[in-house]
Design a protein around this ligand. Structure first.
Ligand code: ZN
Length: 331
């Protein structure tokens, strides 16, 4: 059985503080991250926030754009308040597990603790476990096999949409959640991200959202008429079919067109990658480079210029012939 500990740093992010409930080795990895090097780094956006928090009828609080937001724009920086190793659900009985959780919460600065306790709930049971179930993001720290529930204050205010306009990445070294606009957003529009796999058919999306978050989705997609929902389900099932097979230049084009019709942007990333390889495999250098450039552009804003993937595509664009996929299907 695993051993768990509570690590708290009350100085984190200008006094926001953070508590981590995990195994001692993972706690040591987190405590050693660059995020704790500078006490004065508040890890927040400038006062020129792109959104404000408002109460929305029937759906709690949400975030509304207060100015035009451009595609790819970084609109949110947030840092975790509470991090919890999910293995503790299996390895610890209810009482000792909740004792650890509450110790972590009690050790937070008073303002952060009260803010955490005010977060939305949906499932009942222990208040913090319910708050985590309702609001937490899943992250990995040091070990890619160990899921951690991560509570963030601002990011938790993003409501769900099966066709989201915000995509995030989490940087484990700076312990910072970066929220980017997936497409242009107008003032007055709600900022939305997805809680689920956006490529599931309508019925499955409703089932998962109801089971895990206790609501029926009435988002931009789910509130469409029966006819349009059926067309969407048909496209999604065709996408699943295509994803099972080896990607060719033709199937990549079909998938990209299906994603466009579905209003899905994030999953196109994988297809652009596959399309770059597929064209390279048949020696179509121009198209291979064309798709590689798109991947690189997205990697730049989503993953950052220092990311290994970003650097990889930079090299690929310059020398597609040097990659192992070059003319691989012609040999
Ligand atoms: Zn929906």
């Amino acid at each position: 059985m695993l051993e768990f500990c509570v690590y708290t740093n009350i100085n984190f992010r200008c006094g926001q503080g953070i508590s981590v409930v995990t195994t001692p080795p993972i706690a040591a990895t987190i405590a050693a991250s660059a995020a704790f090097a500078n006490r004065d780094d508040c890890g927040r956006m400038s006062p020129d926030n792109a959104y404000e928090e408002v109460q929305l009828p029937g759906r709690g609080n949400g975030l509304i754009a207060n100015r035009p937001i451009q595609q790819s724009e970084l609109i949110m920086l947030d840092s975790p308040i509470f991090v919890f190793n999910e293995n503790a659900y299996e390895d610890l009985e209810d009482d000792p597990r909740r004792q650890l959780i509450w110790r972590g919460i009690d050790q937070l600065p008073a303002a952060t603790k009260s803010l955490t306790l005010g977060m939305g709930k949906s499932a009942g049971g222990d208040a913090i476990e319910d708050i985590m179930q309702t609001n937490a993001f899943t992250q990995f720290f040091g070990d890619d096999n160990v899921k951690h529930e991560t509570l963030l204050r601002e990011a938790a205010l993003l409501n769900h949409d099966c066709r989201p306009n915000v995509l995030y990445r989490f940087d484990t070294d700076s312990l910072t959640h970066h929220g980017h606009a997936l497409h242009k957003i107008e003032p007055g529009e709600e900022l939305l991200h997805t809680y689920i796999d956006t490529e599931m058919p309508y019925e499955q999306r409703q089932e998962v959202l109801l089971k895990n978050w206790g609501f029926s989705c009435k988002c931009s997609l789910c509130s469409q008429d029966e006819f349009r929902l059926l067309a969407s389900n048909t496209r999604l099932s065709r996408l699943q079919e295509l994803k099972q097979k080896l990607v060719t230049p033709d199937s990549a084009r079909e998938m990209l067109s299906l994603y466009d019709k579905e209003g899905l942007i994030a999953p196109k990333f994988r297809v652009w990658e596959a399309a770059a390889y597929a064209h390279n495999e048949v020696g179509e250098k121009r198209n291979a480079v064309k798709y590689a450039r798109i991947v690189h552009e997205y990697a730049m804003w989503l993953l950052g210029p220092e990311n290994e993937q970003t650097k990889f595509w930079e090299v690929f664009i310059k020398h597609p012939e040097a990659h192992g996929s070059w003319k691989a299907r012609l040999r």
